[in-house]
Design a protein around this ligand. Sequence first.
Ligand code: ADP
Ligand code: ZN
Length: 435
Amino acid sequence: MEKRYYQPEIETMPVEEIKKMQSEKLVKQVRHVYENMPYYRNLMDEKGVTPDDIKGIEDLHKLPFLTKADLRDAYPYGLLAKPLDECVRIQSTSGTTGKRVVAFYTQHDVDLWEDCCARALVAVGGSEKDVCQVAYGYGLFTGGPGLNGGSHKVGCLTLPMSSGNTERQIQFMMDLEATILCCTPSYAAYIGESLKERGYKPTDNKLKAGIFGAEPWTEEMRRSIEESLGIKAYDIYGLTETSGPGVSFECEEQTGMHINEDHFLAEIIDPDTGEVLPEGEKGELVFTSLDKEAFPLLRYRTRDICVLSRKKCSCGRTLIKMAKPMGRSDDMLIIRGVNVFPSQIETVLLNEGYSPNYQIIVDRANNTDTFDINVELNPEQFTDTVSGISAMEKKLAEAMKTMLGINPAIHLVAPKSITRSEGKAVRVIDKRKLI
Ligand code: ADP
Ligand code: ZN
């Protein structure tokens, strides 16, 4: 792929210059927040930090953290740092882990967010020659509006499909010759499956690339989507609290996502102690927004677990990279004392030749945790005999045991019996939480 950038002066800026730029922006941003966001001013006062103490990024660790609990506390206007008259947009989280929070944007904030998404599109080869099908949900969810704005900035012909109505997605994808698809990875897998059911081969569509994010997905899932759609599948990351998708994006190397460091300053901390960890160590990702005016969160704890790396990238971008997040610290299940991430289960399933359609059910009986995984059979596996099925269940349970360290009860279920996702997939039902 020809090397191209949307904003080359930023994307390939020498690291020392990026850091200098971040320092200057941070000093200004802390002042803006201190003066205009009483909620955070109180946190700074409690910690005994003043804007004068922050002279550059080396002082970042002095600032207090913000958490999702703060956002819920301050709902709806407590973290607003601009008069509502100057705001032009509200978006909201998907509410995956509880009460939704709302975020505000000035026109400047919308612009910088859309620029970030435009960088992601150009990184996958997007240009004015492309037809970009945006199948993320539109509305309060940031996926649709973010990629829609980025697609316009790049000059792609934008197909604002939103999520759902898979029949129409496929019809427009084929008739209007979409070349780039943007949606959640679970929906991309569903679209791939639906194309196959309708008799299409992966080479029948005109798609060349997909930008998939908003939920954790594994390398195995990437390969499966790439095969079923005949494309290159790229990751994109973001969260409503920092604007939406586009905080980081993958380049042709497909080895992690470049963080848009001119706008977002990233740290990795130990989730238990809050201590900042050196580059290369795994921990919780924390973002400080350097340019946003209306909702400028400082040291926001994402709860996403990942690793940062400054290793030189062959694409020429100098922006730091983050690994695929394994999932949120609160996606991690503790079952019989063992830490289990749904992404580990997905890896085993795809490696063993199963579909990425599964559901994890955790409950408690007789004071111990029960751990069940429903896994859908592929149509060609379904014809097997009952004894064949139980042998398959046993083999899969053993593979899970090797990966996870504990033994789940595997239930192979009929094709199509697990509900498909058009947005973020719901993989876990933890009944222990309902007690
Ligand atoms: P909610 O927190 O309600 O899900 P958002 O829609 O803002 O609200 O989702 C942001 C979260 O989605 C991130 O904090 C992260 O956990 C997850 N996420 C987004 N993109 C990715 C990605 N590429 N890989 C893994 N997780 C992702
Ligand atoms: Zn790169």
